[in-house]
Design a protein around this ligand. Structure first.
Ligand code: MN
Length: 731
């Protein structure tokens, strides 16, 4: 039978791949695991129609590429066997040893979550189990990441609801964990696949933008590489120079979360220089700064202070002779391996690694920290939020007067710093000095700050509730809450009750007498509180976030009071950035993240419509944009299109990009910028390049107030000598 032949080939190819690695793998054990996997899953199929065992084989292949050990590969092949077939853990232990059995049961435990009421609660429980599994053996989570990666690669065959839910979870949980473990290759692929499904339009915009400037940037990079190579050839002859393109998700974040335009992102393309020794890194840096002018404030030494996920490199942004900024990354080969594989680099080319490796223990300290922080919180969903805030952000490094380096999430204040030293330091804090000067408590820590915390030993002193609004790290937040929880129960109950009442009013929840009592009792139960007072107290000290529970309260209220439950679309709008809502009103959703879509660049005055992207706010398109279905009621998911209007009361400027074609001549660019300056138009980005036939294309991103203003700018540009055409561009 032909299928048997191809199965035989598949097996042989897999074994050959492992043999060819030249690493001393336990081929016998891996081969037996493969056979058992194929046999046990016989007759099972994936939604794509493929035999099921293709999936564990693919997961094992991903782990092989990361350089994981024999036991991990065997466990990957068997990871779904206990859950989906008759094979038991005892049998696996007998055939493959206790390590493989432990890994398989770890992965199975993480996978099997019972029925919990809400997606958030399921996710929280899932994360808690993952953290626990990680603290036992980190390989469990590396298998889980590879499992998720293969499922995301093949997610197109799944129903749409699964695609969206899994993509959101991948972005919120799995990718941040891969990031913390430093497994860049897996992290970036997970993020790109998730964004592709959550916001297909935004994904394609970036893909197209990258494609359109590809040739030009490639030539640019080649020129830069040649220049560097030429200067390095005598001093660091072994230097390896390569170009690097930022991941689509990385660009997406900068464009939609930080509101930058494509042209304003300096590190879309970067030059990476890999050398043999640490000394060479700094030598190369000196030479690069000698050839190109460095941009001030953009140099980062992640070699002397590595990122918490072990990443090491020198980063600098420099200008070429024409003033085009680009990023340069400099590192050794060893740092490069860690940058790509992170924690997995531990296993690469090594068998029988000592699990009590001290360095590794240190590197995984954050897992214990998260588990501890979680114990302080009564709110299971809190852990989801801490993963999101703590794990997915850039870090800053500040220094104690004794010279200890403290890592904090970007945006942290001196209060975070105090609590990072010790909870006793935070609780007795009355002030702080940065570089010798007294600063306010909401002072945001910058990398390199030397911070001294001023404390008091006065009895009865403690943190203030306002501090909860100033801190960024979940560590500080949970320590402050722990203090209030312990010290101020009566006060917490009062604060909690008042807060909840206020929130009820805001949401038009009106209950009286017995009904109110019963309703509150029910809510308390759903939040795992023993009594209504416990719930008030938890709200009071911040263990339960009121914003987090309001959707569930509304749902419960609608169930009881109103017959028809309304769909709370705002549940899917996870990233909230208040300022950006100014200017656009979306019907039915307050305070959500708005992004003006780049495919049609809508401006005040245009007719617009919103699209709920699940996970990344509402994107606003012109109603005549090609990405808006002609007949929405017949479109794929009509409920995700929402009415949107320009808020005429808000006066805000918008960014718009225009493309000018002109006959190239001296001072052309100067004349264009002078004309804009005369109109008092702010320029955000400008790019000029030669095109065929002696012509020149200038792409400018400017601030404008409305459509009329843009038209005025366009006609002013048309009057510049030599200009052939001016167009508002859809990037
Ligand atoms: Mn699986």
């Amino acid at each position: 039978m032909s299928e048997n032949v191809s199965r035989k080939e598949k097996y042989e190819n897999f074994i050959k791949m492992i043999k060819d690695s030249g690493v001393n793998y336990d081929i016998d054990k891996i081969g037996r695991a493969y056979k058992l996997c194929e046999q046990a899953h016989e007759g099972q199929f994936r939604s794509s129609g493929e035999p099921f065992f293709y999936h564990p084989v693919a997961v094992a292949t991903i782990l092989f590429e990361l350089g994981m050990d024999s036991d991990t590969l065997a466990a990957a092949l068997l990871h779904d066997v206990v859950e989906d077939t008759d094979v038991t853990i005892e049998e696996i232990e007998k055939q493959f040893g206790s390590d493989v059995a432990m890994l398989v049961s770890g992965v199975t435990k993480v996978t099997q979550i019972g029925k919990l009421p809400s997606r958030e609660e399921q996710q929280a429980e899932n994360i808690r189990r993952m953290l626990l599994a990680m603290s036992e053996d980190i390989r469990v989570i590396i298998i889980k990441l590879a499992d998720r990666l293969h499922n995301m690669r093949t997610i197109d065959c799944r129903p749409l609801k699964n695609q969206l839910d899994n993509s959101l979870e991948t972005l919120e949980v799995y990718a941040p964990i891969a990031h913390r473990l430093g497994i860049r290759t897996v992290k970036e692929e997970l993020e790109d696949l998730a964004i592709k499904h959550l916001d297909p339009v935004g994904y394609k915009e970036i893909e197209d933008s990258l494609q359109s400037v590809k040739e030009y940037r490639q030539q640019f990079l080649e020129k830069i590489k040649a220049k560097i190579k030429n200067r390095l050839k005598d001093i660091v002859p072994n230097a390896h120079i390569e170009g690097r393109v930022k991941s689509i998700h990385g660009i997406y974040r900068k464009m939609y979360m930080q509101g930058k335009s494509f042209d304003e992102i300096y590190d879309i393309y970067a030059v990476r220089i890999i050398v043999d020794t640490l000394n060479d890194c700094y030598n190369v840096l000196g030479i690069v700064h000698d050839i190109f002018r460095p941009l001030p404030g953009r140099f980062k030494d992640y070699i002397s202070t590595p990122k918490p996920n072990m990443y090491q490199s020198l980063h600098t942004t420099v200008l070429d002779r024409e003033g085009v900024p680009f990023e340069v990354q400099i590192r050794t080969w060893e740092m490069h391996r860690t940058a790509e594989l992170g924690i997995a680099a531990h296993w690469k080319y090594k068998e029988n690694i000592d699990k009590s490796d001290k360095k590794m223990e240190e590197r995984l300290a954050w897992i214990r920290q998260l588990l501890d922080a979680q114990k302080e919180s009564d709110d299971v969903e809190e852990i989801v939020r801490s993963i999101k805030t703590d794990l997915s952000q850039e870090d800053v490094f500040a220094i104690t007067p004794k010279g200890d380096v403290i890592n904090l999430p970007a945006g942290s204040t001196v209060i975070d710093f105090a609590y990072a030293i010790h909870s006793a330091v935070g609780n007795s804090m009355i002030g702080a000095k940065v570089d010798g000067r007294i600063v306010p408590l909401n002072h945001v820590v910058q990398t390199g700050d030397v911070i001294e915390i001023i404390t008091t030993s006065a009895p009865g002193h403690g943190p203030s509730r306002d501090w909860l609004k100033m801190v960024k790290s979940s560590e500080a937040r949970s320590k402050i809450r722990a203090w209030f929880k312990k010290e101020k129960r009566a006060e917490n109950i009062e604060t909690g009750r008042a807060e909840l009442e206020r929130e009820f009013k805001r949401n038009n929840i009106a209950l009286s007498g017995e009904m109110a009592e019963e309703f509150l009792q029910k809510i308390a139960e759903r939040l795992h509180c023993n009594s209504v007072d416990d719930m008030y107290a938890a709200i009071g000290y911040g263990g339960i976030s009121i914003q987090g529970i309001i959707p569930r309260i509304k749902e419960e209220y609608n169930k009881r009071v109103k017959a028809a439950p309304s769909v709370d679309v705002s549940k899917y709008v996870v990233s909230q950035r208040k300022t950006s809502t100014d200017g656009v009103i979306v019907e039915g959703i307050d305070n959500c993240l708005i992004k003006l879509s780049r495919c049609c660049d809508p401006l005040p005055g245009d007719d617009i419509i919103g699209f709920i992207t699940r996970g990344h706010g509402v994107s606003i398109h012109k109603t005549d944009c090609t990405n808006v279905p002609k007949d929405i009621s017949k479109s794929f998911e009509p409920e995700r299109w929402v009415k949107a209007y320009w808020d005429t009361t808000a006066r805000e400027s918008f960014k718009s990009t225009i493309t000018i074609m002109a006959i190239d001549r001296p001072a052309l660019l100067a004349d264009v910028t002078i004309a804009l300056a005369n109109m008092r138009v702010a320029i955000h980005a400008i790019n000029a390049r030669e095109i065929k036939g002696g012509n020149c294309q200038i792409v400018i991103t400017v601030s404008i107030e409305n459509l009329q203003h843009l038209q005025n700018i366009i006609s002013a540009m048309q009057k510049v000598d030599g200009v052939i055409s001016v167009e508002r561009s859809a990037q």
